[in-house]
Ligand binder design. Structure first.
Ligand SMILES: *Cc1c(COP(=O)(O)O)cnc(C)c1O
Length: 395
């Protein structure tokens, strides 16, 4: 019986150029982003400039984590305690957590058969809740029909914050994820598309939003040092009105991120080649359902999702256990108990107005997820697919 031996949590090493740049930063002793010589641009400044250019947006702020970026995005976007914020029920815990951190209340929206946000439920809840904000999580590297999202946002006057933790490098109809909404947030945590252990980006095209984000992030009164920030006059009153929630990026992490950002598009292509190998085999098997992705969606598949729609919970658990015994680690988004990075929406019990989302529960009940680290070869992916198909076939 074939077994897979590699680890599902093993990343590639930091590129040599990043290690060398990190050593230079350490030798300089100047790790704090604002600790610069006259006219010097710190690694953090350079990273922000390069990311803004990559995205094609005017402003980028690097900060301590993706969840932190989401939190200050809420605040900088004007969310007030008690406000309602629409968001996917199918997402990861930092998303409702960021809404809660700003004192607002998540309004959870159903997931659809393609694992993206359900557009009909979104429209219904935008109308019924009166929410002014949508925090849209591009879950697991996939983008919902962004043309439809923009129509709904215009119709209900929604301020759109894109959670691009899984879509750095992804596109819809050739347009980068994170350039549709008012604000976008990204993560550089180890399991995302560029890796500094922890880290996040916030991007926006709004002067006032960016000024508030820079103040929140802990710039003290050094906001005029930002190369990718709004004109200094934007800060005239904002600097007095905006609390410092200290959460900066540092030059050491920025140094290891810059070479990775330069490689991002090539890495995304490598993820997608691995995905296509897995997808081809899984999609042909009986009892496995993988949604066909629309041609407009330029996804980044650092993970893969599929459903076993004909299986009951005991059978799903059996598939997970059998795959695990053969070295293949699957996660179950519908599992009753939150484990590892997955949690079903009803485990976020701090949400006082937790709805009952029958459609979401039905879809998540048979939805499995698997990471695709780039340390897996194409042959590895073929073997993993073979094991999954065999295990599912034995049910
Ligand atoms: C990882 C992640 C984030 C940000 O998380 P951090 O660990 O704080 O960087 C946000 N949203 C989703 C969906 C994520 O998976």
């Amino acid at each position: 019986m074939k077994r897979f031996e590699k680890s599902f949590t093993q990343q590639e090493p930091i590129p040599a150029a990043g290690i060398e740049a990190a050593i230079n930063v350490m030798q300089s002793g100047r790790l704090h982003r604002y600790n610069t010589l006259p006219d010097e641009q710190s690694e953090t400044d350079l990273l922000e400039c390069e990311f803004a250019e990559y995205q094609g947006v005017p402003y980028a702020l690097a900060c301590s984590s993706g969840g932190y970026a989401l939190h200050i995005a809420m605040r900088a976007g004007g969310v007030k305690p008690g406000d309602q914020v629409l968001c996917n029920a199918f997402t990861l815990a930092p998303v409702p957590g960021a809404i809660h951190n700003s004192g607002a209340v998540p309004v959870l929206v159903d997931v659809a058969q393609d694992y993206c946000i359900d557009l009909a439920d979104l429209e219904r809840k935008a109308a019924s809740s009166g929410a002014r904000y949508l925090l849209l999580s591009h879950m697991r590297g996939h983008l919902v029909d962004m043309d439809a999202i923009m129509t709904i946002c215009a119709r209900y006057n929604l301020f759109l914050i894109e959670d691009c933790a899984h879509t750095m490098g992804a596109t819809w109809n050739g347009q980068k994820s994170g350039t549709f909404g008012d604000i976008a947030c990204f993560s550089m945590q180890t399991y995302k598309h560029i890796n500094s252990g922890e880290g996040g980006f916030l991007t926006t095209r709004h002067d006032d939003v960016m000024a508030r984000a820079i103040m929140h992030s802990g710039s003290y009164m050094l906001f005029d040092r930002h190369f990718k920030g709004p004109p200094p006059a934007t800060f005239d009153t904002i600097r007095y009105e905006t609390p410092n929630y200290s959460g900066r990026m540092d030059n050491l992490r920025a140094a290891i991120l810059r070479p990775q950002l330069a490689d991002l598009d090539a890495q995304c292509a490598r993820w997608n080649r691995r995905y296509r190998i897995l997808e081809r085999t899984l999609a042909e098997a009986d009892n496995i359902y993988i949604p066909r992705r629309p041609a407009k969606e330029g996804f980044v598949a650092s993970s893969i999702q599929f459903s076993l729609p004909n299986f009951n919970p005991a059978q799903i658990q059996h598939v997970i256990d059998e795959c695990a015994a053969r070295g293949v680690v699957l996660k179950w988004f519908g599992g009753a108990e939150p484990t590892d990075y997955t949690s079903r929406y009803d485990s976020w019990r701090y949400i006082k107005t937790l709805p009952k989302l029958t459609q979401t529960e039905q879809i998540l009940a048979t939805l499995l997820d698997m990471r695709i680290p780039l340390t897996f070869s194409k042959e590895d992916c073929a073997l993993i697919a073979e094991i999954i198909v065999e295990v599912v076939g034995q049910q």
